[in-house]
Structure formats: structure tokens, C-alpha cells
Design a protein around this ligand. Structure first.
Ligand code: ADP
Length: 475
């Protein structure tokens, strides 16, 4: 245990234990609060707590998680750091509360100990939401969160509303909470929802639920219950947007106080946004005639999944008070988010698409279904121990040529190599060169690796940027 007291120790005040289970203190002045996890979110939470005059202890099992130079002035001057493996029981002595970073598992020994001792635990998101001086639009779901929050912010901008994107997308809510935009648009992971106590978004959305986080959620039911926590504190003047095509998501509507809007690619909803033929329409109250927003063909992002994201974003934006005309504008000219089926260029009739964010076979499947044209697929990287055989029919029907990279190449070749001509590339340069050579006008060259990047890159962003640079340098 390394203890680095770069802080003024303050007197702490004992608080009376709440009678109905531990409740995180409202007024944080002088309270001793332990922040667990010294990454960006934990540091932002510490800075906020210090501003609220709490006595902050920032702890992390990893002694190298943060260098004191990385801490901004507020944190460095007022926060005590405990860095090192097993932080030990002393950490929680006299603690009035614990704030968990999004990456901290609920079974972390410090959180378990806090529960035993009756010390209240909340997540960084909950802390941020308490301090927020603008309403929150919060989006959760298994897939499409990042795309949808960007889309919502884009539509809000059409209505000249200032939105700050935060949460799981990169900037912790605690970091931006001193600002006063019209809306905070928050991407919320299910991990963050595990530790909410008072989180109450004005508008919430649940996009879809695929039980793929089973390592942290032993049953699908738990997983659903966690997602449903996004609405747990909502009241009648709040709104909840639910995917009406996903039975599990839709079922959350029966257990909320909020006004429920649906979105659907498949049928009408009483209140919400849906497809009527090829038109995207909105209905604000049951029985009203639906109003046209835009045509599905006007959406620039490929794939049905992105159409679903569009409907969800439109519904959320309407609930934020944006007019239909501006929603339409924002649906039409949104160009998507980097590394997610991102159009790089069109060259000699061939479209190059960067989908480096596709780090598992499920995302590759979504990508393959998103194009009508023949695909030259670049895939591979570091595997996650999942099987590729299920995708074989889709590979054989959509992919013209398979170009494999990285550690997983042999396993992918074993699963699909018999179905389509296959090439092993030593690196991305060779993969792109081979793709450019073999693609015919009308094809898509798609980087959708279905694997992590860590065998060749620091992260998927670096992989995607490398791919784009090579593609843009093609003569
Ligand atoms: P998240 O932030 O939830 O990971 P992203 O917007 O980054 O979501 O999209 C990640 C991947 O999830 C995409 O590359 C695509 O494969 C898939 N995806 C996106 N939206 C949906 C959706 N609505 N339904 C199913 N899959 C989706």
C-alpha cells in the first residue's frame, strides 16, 4: 500500500447512520468520501467532491493508475491518494460514503466492506447527476448508445440548444457538471446503472438488450433489472423512450412513473416514433394522426440498426422540446460517429468503410447486414474466445473476398475460409492493398474486424485511423 498524502487532512464529522439503509450524504461539506478508481471518472468525481468541501480520499488498486502530475490543481491540493493492491480496511475508517468509478465491479472488496459496514455507495454518475444544474437525457442499451447520444446532441444543436455529451462516451458527468448547458446528453453503461441511488434523467431511453454482459450479470433478468434502473427515480413529468420491438425493453414500461414513448421499425406505437412504410413519423398522443418527420431513405447511416437509432434519437429530441422540422434536419444530415460504419471514401466505384469499433462477431453481423453491395471484408485481430461459425451463412452470401489479419486469422480461416476466397495479410497496408486490388466497382471494402485490436494497435481508434490513412493515400 502506497500512501501519498498530497492533501490537507481535514476534520471529518461523524454522521448518524440512516435508519432505512445507508443513504449517501446530501450535504458533503466536511464529509469523508472515498472515491474508488483513479481513472478519469474517479478523478473528476474527486475534483467535484473537493469543490463541495468534502474530505476526499481517492483509492486505486493499481499503484500506477495515476501520477500526481495528472491530477488537476483542485484534486492535487485537496485529495488524499491511496494507491496500491489491497487498500485494506483502514481506508473506510470514518468514511461517510463511497463513490465508485464506472469500471469498479460491485464485488470489489472495498465495496463489499463498505456494505458490511453500512457505508453508502453510489456511482460517479449519480454523484454528477446530483450536482447537475441542467436536465439530463440519458441513453442506455447494449448497442448503439454512442451513435444515439451523438445523434441527439446533433438534433438539439439544430434547435440551437446547447448540449454537453458526457458519460460513458469519454467525459465524465462530474467533469462537466459545473457548466450550465440546456441539456446534458449522457451515455450510460449498465455498469454505471448498478450504482445509482438518485439518478433521475428528465428523458431516458433504453435502446435494446442483448445479454452479452453475462460475466457481470449472472442472469438476463438481472441485466434487464439493471437497465431498468435508468427510470427508477423518474416521475410523471419525466419521459422514457423504449424500443417497442424488443420485448424485454418494452416490458420496462409497465414499471415506470414516467411518460412512455415507444420507437419501432415494425409497427405503430400509441406515443412515439415509428416507420409508416418508408416514412419516419411521430405521434405525441394515442389516437392522434402521426406527423411525418423524414423519409427512411434520407438517413445517411447504413443499416436497419441505424434506422432504429434514428427513431430513438428523434423521440428523445422531441421529448426535449425540439420541433419536428428541426428533428427532420438533424436526422437527415447526421454523418455518424467515427469508426462505426464510417464512410471513408469512394474510389473507382468502391466504397471504403471503417467499422473498427466492431470488436466482436455480433457487430460484424450488423455490419454485413448493412450493405446490399458485395463486400470485401478485412477482419481479424485479437480474439475474445467466441465462435465464428454462426456467421458462415452471412459471410458466404455477402462477402466476395475475405482478407484476414492478426492473431485470429487462422481461426477465422477455419470457420469461413472454405466459403470465400481468403487472403492472409501481414499488416493493414497489405490488407488494404489486397482489398483495393480485388474490389470491383460497386463493392464495399469493409474493415469490420470482429476482434479487439490489441495484438497490433493500442485500441480500435488507432486501428481505424491507420486504416483510413492508408485508404486516403491510395492513388
Ligand atoms: P455502443 O456505444 O452502445 O457500443 P455504438 O453506437 O458505438 O454503440 O455502436 C457499436 C456497435 O453496435 C456498432 O458498430 C454496431 O455494430 C452495433 N449497433 C449500433 N446500433 C445498434 C442497434 N440499434 N442495434 C444493434 N446493434 C447496433
Amino acid at each position: 500500500l502506497a500512501m501519498m498524502p498530497c492533501a490537507i487532512e481535514r476534520e471529518s464529522f461523524m454522521v448518524a447512520e440512516a435508519e432505512n439503509g445507508p443513504v449517501f450524504p446530501e450535504n458533503l461539506r466536511g464529509k469523508r468520501i472515498v472515491v474508488l478508481g483513479a481513472g478519469r471518472s474517479g478523478r473528476a468525481a474527486s475534483a467535484l467532491l473537493a469543490r463541495l468541501d468534502a474530505q476526499v480520499v481517492l483509492a486505486d488498486d493499481n499503484p500506477d493508475s495515476v501520477h500526481p502530475d495528472d491530477l488537476d490543481d483542485v484534486v492535487a491540493s485537496r485529495v488524499q491518494l491511496f494507491l496500491g493492491p489491497d487498500v485494506g480496511p483502514a481506508l473506510l475508517d470514518r468514511a461517510d460514503g463511497v463513490v465508485a468509478s464506472p469500471g469498479i465491479r460491485l464485488d470489489h472488496p472495498v465495496l463489499a466492506r463498505a456494505r458490511e459496514k453500512g457505508i453508502p455507495v453510489i456511482g460517479e454518475l449519480d454523484l454528477g447527476a446530483r450536482a447537475a444544474r441542467a436536465p439530463l437525457v440519458a441513453v442506455t442499451g447494449t448497442n448503439g448508445k454512442t451513435t444515439t447520444v451523438h445523434w441527439i446532441a446533433h438534433i438539439l444543436a439544430k434547435a440551437r440548444l446547447r448540449a454537453i455529451l458526457c458519460g460513458n462516451v469519454g467525459t465524465a458527468l462530474c467533469r462537466v457538471v459545473a457548466e450550465k448547458p440546456d441539456w446534458f446528453v449522457v451515455e450510460v453503461s449498465s455498469f454505471q446503472l448498478e450504482t445509482v441511488e438518485r439518478f433521475r434523467p428528465r428523458v431516458a431511453a433504453i435502446l435494446n438488450i442483448a445479454p452479452d454482459h453475462l460475466d457481470r450479470h449472472p442472469t438476463a433478468r438481472d441485466y434487464l433489472a439493471t437497465k431498468a434502473r435508468i427510470t427508477a427515480n423518474q416521475q410523471g413529468d419525466d419521459a422514457l423512450v423504449l424500443n417497442a420491438d424488443d420485448a424485454a425493453v418494452w416490458s420496462v414500461g409497465s414499471a415506470t412513473e414516467a411518460l412512455v414513448w415507444g420507437f419501432s421499425l415494425k409497427g405503430e406505437v400509441g406515443r412515439g416514433v415509428f416507420l409508416a412504410g418508408s416514412r419516419i413519423v411521430a405521434r405525441k398522443a394515442p389516437g392522434e394522426a402521426p406527423r411525418a418527420i423524414a423519409s427512411a431513405e434520407e438517413i445517411a447511416l447504413p443499416g436497419r440498426h441505424n434506422l432504429a437509432n434514428a427513431l430513438a434519437a428523434a423521440a428523445a429530441a422531441l421529448l426535449c422540446g425540439v420541433e419536428i422540422e428541426q428533428v427532420a434536419e438533424g436526422l437527415r444530415d447526421f454523418r455518424g460517429v467515427e469508426h462505426r460504419l464510417e464512410r471513408v471514401r469512394e474510389r473507382r466505384g468502391v466504397l471504403y468503410v471503417n467499422d473498427s469499433k466492431a470488436t466482436n462477431p455480433a457487430s460484424l453481423e450488423v455490419a454485413l447486414r448493412s450493405f446490399e453491395r458485395p463486400i470485401v471484408l478485412i477482419a481479424g485481430g485479437r480474439g475474445k474466445g467466441v465462435a465464428y461459425e454462426e456467421l458462415a451463412p452471412l459471410i458466404s452470401s455477402r462477402v466476395r473476398r475475405l482478407i484476414l489479419l492478426g492473431e485470429e486469422a487462422p481461426r477465422m480461416k477455419a470457420a469461413w475460409g472454405g466459403l470465400v476466397p481468403t487472403f492472409f495479410a501481414a499488416d493493414m497496408e497489405e490488407a488494404v492493398a489486397e482489398a483495393a486490388r480485388s474490389a470491383e466497382p460497386g463493392d464495399v471494402v469493409l474493415l469490420s474486424p470482429a476482434c479487439a485490436s490489441f495484438d497490433m494497435y493500442r485500441n480500435y481508434e488507432e486501428r481505424g485511423r491507420h486504416f483510413k490513412r492508408i485508404v486516403l493515400e491510395l492513388g
